[in-house]
Write a protein that binds this ligand. Sequence first.
Ligand code: PMP
Length: 404
Amino acid sequence: MDKRLQYKIAQFTDASAIKAKGLYPYFRAIESGQDTEVIIGGKRVLMFGSNSYLGLTDHPKIKEAAKKAIDKYGTGCAGSRFLNGTLDLHIELENRLARYVNKEAAILFSTGFQVNLGVLSCITGRNDYLILDEQDHASIIDGCRLSFSKVIKYAHNDMQDLLRKISILPEEAIKLIVVDGIFSMEGDIVKLPEIVAIAEQYGANIMIDDAHSLGVIGHNGSGTASHFNLTSEVDLITGTFSKSLASLGGFAAGDHATIDYLKHQARSLIFSASMPPSTVASVLAALDIIEAEPERIKKLWENTDYANKLMLREGFDLGLTQSPILPIYIRDNNQTFLVTKYLHDQGVFVNPVVSPAVLPESSLLRFSLMATHTFVQIEEAVFKISKSFKKFGVTTVNEKYKAV
Ligand code: PMP
């Protein structure tokens, strides 16, 4: 009998097509730490594609904390939190995070992706509704796919559309609105005050994924709800440690009863090994630094404002960003690949975002700032991007800027 799998695999040609053109931009091997400059192929490359917003992955105190945790606890927990994989260190971090985001309790997961899979698959039931922004992260979408609830999407940050869609849902059903705090590609902030008002009107609950907001907005970088002073109106706050918090893992925070429910129902928690001690210790040390050195967040925003100003002066189309994620719209897949490759060769690392991740007319370079970038590094990157746009005939300009 013919085996069919290889036929299906052979139909996937997207990656080989772009490799054949010599423009493949993924899985680039970095030979150094995740810093503002990295080494690739033995050469120095400016890093503007990182989520290490506070530049903490190379911090000596965090590295020291990770090493100490290895000395005390070893390299892994060999089991899930539910059974043999809970350390006192996990509980210390959960208490710390709950205080940080101002909720009663928190539970750790081994990645941010697993948080959304675990929470969304179990939190609502068959007759309930999960209501998503269409630009929510892939892990939210996948978590919803594992749920028995009905999933409804509204147009990105479009409160009229949310209102239209929520207003026709049955009163007795649970309605959970799930949103990114800062949207990971567009860089804009969720319209939380409007969502809170709508949720109150229609008896809906709210969950915010603060992956890109932690360390960036809110009191001491504690996220979106704090930024808007609406923490008690938000039921669940989730986050990841793979960005500002310099490590790997994630958490959900909420009231005691909800967190206790998740501890006994979330399958990606119960059936997956717990965060290793070194990563837990790294997050604790990162939180110490964030709280002790508020100037880091200030510097991140100074860098963001500076890059924004330079790019708008060059006429780049930055969409509606309000954060250190600057989407530089090119609006053409091929040009986006060409520019990314050229910039790489010129020593600037940025991430291409092309279809099917976004529509071809929304393809962009995702340029992200770190607190540790210097103005000189930002100037060099903007200069080179500008040069690449001229070289490849990228003509999109910022409509807002043109109007000024
Ligand atoms: N949520 C959002 C909004 C994200 O951007 C990401 C990662 N890109 C995740 C969740 C997943 O986090 P992790 O990398 O910790 O799995």
